[in-house]
Design a protein around this ligand. Structure first.
Ligand SMILES: [Zn+2]
Length: 164
């Protein structure tokens, strides 16, 4: 691929995928794994979604930044669970999609088994997010947001792509 055919940065959060894919695969960046894995159920609240998580999950399997291939899909109660596999390192991921209303859904990606060692830096809290959180109840949003801080897209990109 010549330079002119390369996917150009867009100034959006999903550019982190381009930066990571230049070096290795996103599976090897713990901060990325943490953010795409955000699940309000871990915080024992009602439905809350993180806009940053949604953008990066979407870019992981769709469009020019996609690095995951779908292997299978099934329904589990109200959610759709899909098995994905990294095209680069072969790591297995689980994708979960749940719809709560016309305007509210959430997705997350959970890393099952890691094939290669980390090259990204470890998670340091509070974790920067640009789009932030939405949900039905303010209390739930505040509970989920406690490990996170509002930041610019540039700060989020720098944090997510930092190496060890
Ligand atoms: Zn991988």
């Amino acid at each position: 691929m010549s330079d002119s055919n390369k996917t150009k940065p867009t100034g959006q959060l999903r550019d982190v995928l381009l930066t990571m894919l230049d070096v290795a695969c996103p599976c090897r960046f713990p901060r990325f794994v943490y953010l795409v894995g955000f699940n309000f159920q871990d915080y024992k609240t009602g439905p809350v979604c993180c806009g940053d998580t949604e953008e990066l999950v979407h870019g992981s399997y769709y469009g020019p930044t996609a690095f995951l291939d779908k292997i299978s899909q099934r329904r589990v109660s109200d959610s759709t669970h899909s098995d994905y596999k990294c095209k680069i390192c072969g790591t297995a991921w689980e994708f979960v999609f749940t719809d709560y209303s016309i305007s509210m859904y959430r997705t997350y990606l959970r890393l099952h088994s890691q094939a290669l060692s980390n090259i990204g830096a470890d998670v340091v809290l509070p974790f920067p997010v640009a789009a932030g959180f939405m949900g039905f109840k303010q209390n739930d949003i505040e509970t989920c947001a406690k490990n996170f801080k509002q930041s610019s897209v540039d700060e989020c990109i720098a944090y997510l792509t930092q190496k060890k």
